[in-house]
Design a protein around this ligand. Structure first.
Ligand SMILES: [Zn+2]
Length: 87
C-alpha cells in the first residue's frame, strides 16, 4: 500500500490527475479518493467524475494516479513495498 511521508496516513489517497469537479475551500482535494486496506488491495473508490476511462486507468495503474494524501494534502506519497496487485 502507499503511504504518506508527511503524516501517518496509509489509507486515503486522491489523484491530482483527476481534479475535484466542485473545488471549494473545504471541498475534496481530488475528484477521486481511494480507501486502501492495510496490506491488501484497494477497498473502495469514490469517484465524482463522468470519465469512466480515467476511473479505469486509476484502478489499473494506481501508482500513476494516486499522488495526494487526503489527510494532510501532501503530495509526497511513497509506494515502496506496495502490495497493490497491478493488472
Ligand atoms: Zn499525509
Amino acid at each position: 500500500m502507499p503511504y504518506c511521508r508527511n503524516c501517518p496516513n496509509n489509507r486515503y489517497f486522491g489523484s491530482s490527475k483527476i481534479p475535484s469537479v466542485a473545488p471549494t475551500a473545504n471541498g475534496p482535494l481530488s475528484g477521486i479518493c481511494a480507501d486502501f486496506a492495510a496490506g491488501e488491495a484497494m477497498l473502495s473508490i469514490t469517484y465524482q467524475g463522468n470519465d469512466k476511462k480515467a476511473l479505469k486507468m486509476a484502478i489499473n495503474t494506481p501508482r500513476d494516479y494516486f499522488d495526494i494524501c487526503l489527510k494532510c494534502g501532501g503530495e509526497n506519497i511513497d509506494w515502496h513495498n506496495s502490495t497493490i496487485i497491478e493488472q
